[in-house]
Structures are given as structure tokens and as C-alpha cells.
Ligand binder design. Structure first.
Ligand SMILES: Cc1cc2nc3c(=O)[nH]c(=O)nc-3n(C[C@H](O)[C@H](O)[C@H](O)COP(=O)(O)O)c2cc1C
Length: 552
């Protein structure tokens, strides 16, 4: 069934994208007549449109009735700033006009909220009267600095259209195989979490004997604590787009799409402007620089579903389907967007490409080790004395990152959650033993993931933190597999009851639930959430002694 919908949606493709049309029509008065028209135009059932639309938080009528949204991501929660934000917004706009958004990517300042198409954080809430009156507030920029021996992601090597033009014309003059070899030899592995070798992924896709192929930039950065993709989209947009263009050239694609989360309005605006500028300069579109290589780019705006970061759910979303995870194989490089071969890469993976080509594979591969090579962006939250996004050599000790780069904490912190809500929760003493290395983190029972760091203060209850994780997975599960859909909800219920003291945690049942989710879930959302929960149960047992029923 989903196969048919992909193909029907693919008849119009990205040029007249069904998901965009659903978003456009849902912002107008929506009635059965409009759904019927859309369904007829795309030759799909009305239930298909309605079913897809009802999946997305931002397309729901309840969402549209709100005026402001408070960030309920892990960093804002741990910093304890959101009570004041809620109180002030409720006073001004009314309690029932306030909604929630999961992580606005302002974890370096917290106190984050979204109002009228813009994100605010830090002291901005104190200017709420001016904000409501329409005054433009320039929120503090995120602090960014490179500590890398060879700056790849943060340098100004690609900050002008002329520099873009030079790099594109070099790539177009070279043999595709030579460029692919440079990417492969760099040992660049995907930065979106799974760590698949980028050169190998591009090679698989280039070998598909199909005329139509796609490049997708995964800019759905939903991990709480992460704002590195946001940094790249807003401060280094040319690097991200050039990475996509090089990929398109190598695999033989003429169309790319950036799936950017709706929670990042500034990123959408900047990428949109950059695409338009590049089109004007004939660096995107038909016959780029007079060659026979043509490639167009477009944007798809996410509608508030964390699962859309998972590549098969992301593809489903672009096609205008419910963003449910698909079973693999086939992998996207064989059957991806509209069932055509597709490379899906993370923003940071793509942004590394221009400087790898400029400085050579060795400049990247000689940093870190073979499997964890090059530099990586790491985000430190507001509980660090020096919060911000940093470019750091792979292999750097976490001790250095925490105490020298981040300059330690503003208050006592007992653990860090590294790699988003699915990453490990690691006591400070344990995390200090590790280096910035994907394999080292995995071997120790954690996950480096996208490299975000959320600090959990001494005073923050770990019972509450587990509740937060279960609530997150039950809110965000795509609902396709029942261990994920029911398991995360049952876990949340256990911790609801522990928090309101109506029942103790049935520890045997909880452990069985965690094993079932780990083994039985379709993807790493509900399948990996047991990792941080098990870490907390192991390292912070003392915090649970009054809340556990040992017999159940
Ligand atoms: C639940 C879940 C959420 C994910 N979220 C993201 C995300 O926000 N951004 C991202 O690039 N990859 C995310 N991924 C990984 C993607 O599925 C995919 O592996 C990645 O985009 C491939 O790009 P890369 O090879 O450049 O890493 C997520 C995976 C899972 C299971």
C-alpha cells in the first residue's frame, strides 16, 4: 500500500510535492472538499491524506489554536528555566494558548520558546511585551569555536559565492571516480548517528542503473542538546549545499531536497536565500557553469515529528505519507525517495565534503582513528561555564572537552546525557574516562550519536529523568511497532505513578519491558531508549530505593 502511495506521490515528485501541498492547504480553512480535491489530484484516497496529516503535530487543529510554544527539551528541563517562561507567557497570552515544542536548539542559553515564527531564549522572555508588539529582538548568537588541528567545518573557506564557484568548477573538471576516491579515503563516516561510511554509501548509489536519483539532506536535528546542524545551516549554508551538489554529481542525480525541521525557522530562511542566490549565479539549476550537469534543490519543512530524523520515516514524510519507519532492506541507496535510489546524509556529513576536497583526504583521515576519523562538532549546554558548539578532533579526551573547552559547570552536575535522548546517561567520573570516539562510546555501553551534551544537575531527580525519556518516546513513537508504541507508554505510566506516589516501580516488570523494547522495536527510537534508562538504573540505584517494588 505505502509502495503505491510513494509511486503516486512520485508522479508529481518534488516539483509539486504532496507534503508541501498538505501543509499549504492545512494552513487555510480545511474542509472535506479541499481534502477531496487534493486526493483526486494525486490519485490517492481521502483517508490517505487525512491519515498522513493527522500524524504531524503542527498540522493538528489543537496546535494551530496555540500562540506560543515552550521548549520541553532535556537541556531546558534540566536547567529549570521553563517554569518562569510558562508563567510569563501564560500571563500575557492565556494558559490555553501555550503549547510545547521538543527542543528548539537553543540549549546553550535555555529559557527557549517560539512565538510568531521566531525562536527566543536566554533573557528574551523579559522582553515579552516588546516581542508581542512586534519589535525585532536579536537573540544572542550561539558561541562557536574550532579547537581542531585542521578546521574543516567552521572555517571561512566557503563563505562566498565566488569560493563556491571555484570549488564547483574544480569538481566538474575532475573525474567523478577521483572525487569519490577522495571522499572514501577520508574515512568520513555519517554524522547522523549510524556512522555509515559516506564514500561507500555514495558508491552504492552511483552503481544503481536507474536514471532518476535523489540526494536528501537530513536537517531534522531533533536530538535534545544538539544545535550543531542548526549552526551549519545558518552559518555555513554553502558548505552544506556544496556537499549535496558534489554527491548529486557523483551518483548521477539532478534533484536534491533539504528536509529542515519546522522548529528552525531561521535555518529555513537562510537556506532558502542561499538556494535562490546560487540559482541566480547558475550554480544550481540547468547546465551548471555551462556543463551538461543540472541539479535543482528544494526545501521540505518538517512538521514537528522527531521520528522524521530516521531516514525511512523522513522519506515517507517527503512523499506525504505518515512518517512510519520502514523495514530494510531495501536501503534508500537502492529504493529511497519515490522508490528511486537516494542518498540520505546528515547536514554535518555533507558540510565536511568541501574542505575534504579542498585539503585532501589525508587532512581528515589523519585525525582520530580509521573508524572515528576527522573533526566533529560537539554541543555543550547552558550548565557549562562556556556553552556553545565546538569543532573538535575525534579522539580528544572528554575530560578536556568538559573541563578545558567547556570550562566545567556552573553548578554541581552528576551525569551527562551524550548523543540525544537515545544516548547514554553517563556519570561524570565514567565520561571522563572516554575519548570522543564512536566505537569507544559504544564499547562502554553508551552512544556518541550526534555529539550533543546535556548536563544533569545533582539536584535533578533521576526518577523524573526516566519519566522524561519514556514520555518522549511515547509522544514521538511512530506507532508502527507495538513494543515501541505500547512499551514506551507502559514505561511512562510506571513513572507517572512513581512520581505521584500512587504506586512503586515494579522493577522486574520494568526490566522485562526494557529487554522487549531493545529486542523487539523496529528502529532506534524505542529500541535505544532502554540504553539511557538502564544506565540510570545501574549508576543511580540509590535514587530509587524508596520508589521500587522489588517483588513486582
Ligand atoms: C529515531 C532516529 C532519529 C534520527 N534522527 C536523525 C536526525 O535528526 N538527523 C540525522 O542526520 N540522522 C538521524 N538519524 C539517522 C538517520 O536515520 C540516517 O542514518 C542518517 O541521516 C544518514 O546520514 P549520515 O550517513 O550522513 O549519518 C536518526 C535515526 C533514528 C533511528
Amino acid at each position: 500500500m505505502s509502495r503505491n502511495i510513494s509511486k503516486l506521490s512520485g508522479r508529481k515528485g518534488l516539483k509539486d510535492n504532496l507534503f508541501k501541498r498538505m501543509i499549504d492547504t492545512s494552513s487555510k480553512t480545511r474542509n472535506g472538499k479541499e481534502i477531496k480535491q487534493l486526493a483526486e489530484e494525486y490519485h490517492v484516497g481521502m483517508s490517505t491524506i487525512h491519515g498522513a496529516e493527522s500524524f504531524y503535530e503542527f498540522l493538528r487543529p489543537e496546535h494551530k489554536e496555540k500562540k506560543a510554544w515552550i521548549c520541553n527539551g532535556s537541556a531546558c528541563m534540566c536547567a529549570g528555566t521553563q517554569g518562569k517562561v510558562r508563567e510569563k507567557l501564560s500571563k500575557k497570552l492565556g494558559k490555553d494558548k501555550i503549547g510545547m515544542m521538543f527542543c528548539l536548539g537553543h540549549c546553550y542559553e535555555t529559557s527557549s520558546f517560539h512565538y510568531n515564527g521566531h525562536n527566543y531564549s536566554g533573557n528574551d522572555i523579559d522582553q515579552i511585551d516588546e516581542i508581542i508588539k512586534g519589535k525585532k529582538i536579536n537573540s544572542k548568537k550561539m558561541y562557536s569555536k574550532s579547537f581542531a588541528t585542521k578546521t574543516i567545518l567552521m572555517g571561512d573557506d566557503l563563505s562566498s559565492i565566488d569560493q563556491f564557484k571555484d570549488l564547483v568548477s574544480n569538481v566538474l573538471k575532475k573525474d567523478k571516480k577521483e572525487t569519490l576516491k577522495t571522499v572514501t579515503d577520508s574515512n568520513l563516516c555519517g554524522r547522523g548517528g549510524a556512522g555509515f561510511p559516506t564514500g561507500m554509501k555514495w558508491n552504492f548509489c552511483s552503481q544503481q542503473k536507474v536514471k532518476k536519483k535523489y540526494v536528501v539532506c537530513n536537517a531534522d536535528e531533533g536530538d535534545s542538546g544538539a544545535f550543531s546542524d542548526r549552526y551549519l545551516l545558518e552559518e555555513q549554508p554553502l558548505k552544506v549545499i556544496l556537499g549535496m551538489l558534489v554527491c548529486a554529481y557523483i551518483i548521477g542525480s539532478d534533484e536534491g531536497v533539504l528536509y529542515i525541521r519546522g522548529e528552525y525557522p531561521k535555518s529555513i530562511e537562510i537556506i532558502n536565500g542561499t538556494i535562490n542566490e546560487l540559482k541566480k549565479a547558475n550554480l544550481l539549476g540547468k547546465n551548471i557553469l555551462g556543463t551538461n550537469f543540472s541539479c535543482d534543490m528544494t526545501i521540505c519543512i518538517g512538521q514537528g515529528a522527531y521520528i522524521c530524523g530516521e531516514e525511512s520515516a523522513l522519506i515517507a514524510s517527503i512523499e506525504g505519507r505518515r512518517a512510519e519507519v520502514d523495514v530494510r532492506p531495501p536501503f534508500p541507496v537502492v529504493e529511497g525517495l519515490y522508490k528511486k535510489p537516494t542518498v540520505v546524509n546528515n547536514v554535518e556529513t555533507l558540510a565536511a565534503i568541501p574542505c575534504i576536497l579542498k585539503f585532501g583526504a589525508k587532512a581528515f583521515s589523519s585525525v582520530g582513528n580509521t573508524k572515528s576519523a576527522g573533526t566533529k562538532l560537539v554541543c555543550l549546554d547552558s550548565l557549562f561555564k562556556k556553552p556553545g558548539v565546538y569543532e573538535i578532533d575525534m579522539g580528544t579526551s572528554m575530560k578536556k572537552i568538559i573541563h578545558e573547552i567547556g570550562e566545567g559547570f556552573v553548578q554541581p552536575v552528576k551525569a551527562l546525557q551524550v548523543g540525544g535522548p537515545l544516548g547514554g546517561v553517563i556519570p561524570i567520573k565514567e565520561v571522563e574516562k572516554l575519548n570522543l570516539d564512536f566505537q569507544e562510546f559504544t564499547k562502554a555501553g553508551f552512544m556518541l550519536g550526534h555529539g550533543s551534551v546535556v548536563s544533569i544537575p545533582e539536584t535533578f531527580s533521576m526518577v523524573r529523568y526516566i519519566h522524561h525519556l519514556f514520555k518522549f518516546s511515547s509522544d514521538e513513537s511512530c506507532g508502527k511497532c507495538f513494543p515501541g508504541r505500547l512499551g514506551s507508554y507502559r514505561g511512562k505510566e510506571m513513572f507517572d505513578q512513581a512520581l505521584n506516589k500512587s504506586n512503586k516501580i515494579p522493577i522486574k516488570l520494568l526490566n522485562e519491558l526494557l529487554v522487549t523494547m531493545k529486542k523487539g522495536c523496529l528502529c532506534a527510537l524505542c529500541g535505544a531508549i532502554p540504553v539511557p534508562i538502564s544506565n540510570i538504573l545501574k549508576y543511580f540505584t540509590h535514587e530509587f530505593k524508596d520508589d521500587i517494588n522489588q517483588g513486582a
